[in-house]
Ligand binder design. Sequence first.
Ligand SMILES: Nc1ncnc2c1ncn2[C@@H]1O[C@H](COP(=O)(O)OP(=O)(O)O)[C@@H](O)[C@H]1O
Ligand SMILES: [Mg+2]
Length: 312
Amino acid sequence: MSRVAVLKGGRSLERQVSLKSGARVEESLRRLGHEVIEIDVGHDLVDRLSAERPDIAFVALHGRDGEDGTVQELLEVLGIPYTGSRVSACIRACDKVLAKHAMRDAGIPTPDFFAFRQTAVRSLGASGALPRIGERLRFPIVVKPASQGSALGIKFARTADDVPTALIAAFSYDRKVLLERYVAGRELAVSVLEVDGQPHALPIVEAVPEEESFYDFESRYQIGRTRFICPAELDAPVAARVQQLAVDAFRLLGCSVFARVDLMLDGETSAPFVLEVNPIPGLTDTSLLPQAADAAGIGFDELIARIVAAAA
Ligand SMILES: Nc1ncnc2c1ncn2[C@@H]1O[C@H](COP(=O)(O)OP(=O)(O)O)[C@@H](O)[C@H]1O
Ligand SMILES: [Mg+2]
């Protein structure tokens, strides 16, 4: 049995989800017989870790600081073993622009895109290139901050008129913004779990919006607005391809132990496109990784036990 520090909360915009993930992980760790040290991540993080000297840190953070390698870097410095992906994979996965370039270079399909830095808009007249982006990607396009989660700052632009407002919204979250081709189709999530050091795809989850609204899609993330189906009903070859792509993306970005890959399946061609890889997906009771694990016969406590064992 180990002394496990659960790192949760923090100052990320996904703080509330992280607190829920953390609480559920703590209950599970206690059931598994571990001693739990609860840490709401803040200014005293290093002091607390130095004082407590846990055997393992369970990183239940999402978004900035927790998922982007910042906290992982500190844990490396302090010599505390931690759960999930290493620093470099977190850095690659959390930056959607970096991750999409890597995927495109490696032949993993991801929607066509261009990226803009705020400095290019301010100092290089980049807004003059916006009409060209519209022509190259074709509308509708999706505008999103390079590093953010839980659909924060994501806007759909149906026409060129929508782009400036969408850009301003995205720039309020990040200095780097992604403009991406919109894929009309089905939304899938594939959780990947390492077994004996080899990544395996868990059953696919499909997110089905109850009421589709092009603009107000943030509402999809509110409880009850989205239904989740696991395993997703897909033809076997499509499912196999989607799962293989998830494993390929996991490997490409160098993830460890677990991650969740978000994809879109083109409604007409059934061609899959990887949107992003989440190195620390949600672990709440409505989250997709626990659902997928459950569908594979891996209960929540077993999932947590495996993640902790891999860290130790
Ligand atoms: N190119 C796209 N085409 C269609 N829908 C998209 C696209 N990009 C994002 N979305 C929608 O927005 C959601 C969030 O996008 P994602 O890239 O996964 O960012 P995050 O989950 O980090 O906020 C997706 O699950 C999907 O519903
Ligand atoms: Mg996502």
